[in-house]
Design a protein around this ligand. Structure first.
Ligand SMILES: [Zn+2]
Length: 362
């Protein structure tokens, strides 16, 4: 897909604007909407939408933001939901899974993907409600769900279930971990620093070093992509699901228009009332290591819903050890010493995680 940003024009921009208007982020009477140009108003609306959806708020409409705009327009009861290949996606599916989870029917991670666990949960719900258990969400099933959701308090079994399943203890030896270097140049360098350093290449170097360190502790390591390869975010998530790894560590770098912005941050999957309990735990372990051992400024841990975090079935942490847009940090990122120490921090944290150590904030 083409990328749309400030300055773009044409039929697609009008389409983007009408979806932003429907989602309540752009005013119908704005000058941008009247002229069909991607100006300041549309830029602001796109960034607000991205922030609201847990995407990276860069004002650029690429495949992830476009898909999110389409998904945002789906409401429960607006169409039939059932198991399909490729899976049906949308906010209606997310709403369905949230309701099923809060009623105690385990439908998996609360994302907008109608997968196998969602279909099983629907059948169980139907059986319990005296409906024909066909796994298809039509009018009767939606009505029964809405009726019951009103009288039940919203506590999700999904996070409880994740905690029970694959309890991370017993050490890192033999654990299947996928390492994911963000972006992939060509065609996608990620953010480029003022001295020309590419985010994609720094991520590759950290990932390679991290892989070597983790192999020493007998973990079983795979890579989403090799040096110089490119994969979309969704392809990475699909790869992790297919391989059935127990953990994904995704390396990126932070960026800001302010060249003085600096520090480290980590991200885990969370949206609405749901957050991945083990993603949260590991993100905090890694963050503590980066702050204490690597002496990074603490930009804290945050929940996000980008595809590598939301579309995967296992805990995933996205790690941004520094800002590539900060010249001081760009120089750090160019040094082998910093790369090795950052990798050691992540490896130490993964060791604690697989030994069942709780994070300081838990
Ligand atoms: Zn990135």
């Amino acid at each position: 897909m083409k990328l749309f940003r400030k300055g773009s024009q044409g039929r697609e921009v009008k389409d983007i604007q009408s979806r932003l208007i429907a989602a309540g982020f752009l005013s119908e009477s704005s000058e941008d909407a009247a002229s069909g140009t991607f100006g300041d108003e549309t830029d602001r609306a796109v960034r607000a939408f991205q922030q609201h959806r847990g995407l990276i708020a860069d004002g650029i409409v690429g495949p992830d933001t476009w898909r999110s705009l389409v998904e945002a327009s789906r409401t429960l009861g607006g169409r039939y939901l059932y198991l399909h290949e490729p899976p049906l996606r949308g906010d209606d599916v997310e709403d369905l899974k949230r309701r099923l989870n809060s009623l105690g029917f385990y439908s998996g991670k609360e994302n907008g993907i109608f997968n196998h666990s969602a279909a099983i949960a629907v059948e169980q719900f139907q059986r319990n409600s005296g409906l024909f258990p066909d796994g298809i969400v039509g009018t009767n099933t939606v009505e029964a769900l809405l009726r019951l959701s009103r009288v039940t308090k919203p506590t999700s079994v999904a996070s409880v279930r994740e905690s029970e399943k694959g309890l991370p203890e017993g050490g890192i030896e033999g654990r299947r971990i996928m390492l994911d270097a963000g972006h992939g140049y060509p065609p996608d360098p990620g953010v480029i620093g003022s001295k020309g350093l590419r985010e994609s290449e720094v991520a590759e170097r950290i990932v390679e070093r991290l892989g070597a360190t983790l192999l020493e502790s007998q973990a079983s390591i795979t890579y989403s992509r090799r040096r110089g390869e490119f994969l979309s975010e969704q392809e990475r998530a699909a790869e992790a699901n297919e391989q059935g790894v127990e953990l994904v560590l995704s390396i990126h770098l932070n960026s800001s228009p302010d060249p003085n912005a600096g520090g480290a941050s980590c991200y885990y999957f969370g949206r609405g009332n749901y957050r991945s309990p083990y993603g949260y735990r590991l993100a905090n372990h890694i963050q503590d290591e980066l702050v204490e051992e690597l002496d990074r400024q603490d930009c804290r841990t945050h929940e996000m819903a980008v595809p590598i975090l939301s579309d995967t079935r296992m805990p995933v942490v996205m790690i941004e050890p520094a800002f590539i847009t900060n010249p001081v940090e760009e120089a750090l990122l160019a040094s082998d010493d910093f790369i090795a120490r950052a990798a050691a921090c992540v490896a130490n944290a993964a060791g604690k995680y697989f030994s069942g150590v709780k994070a300081r904030v838990e």
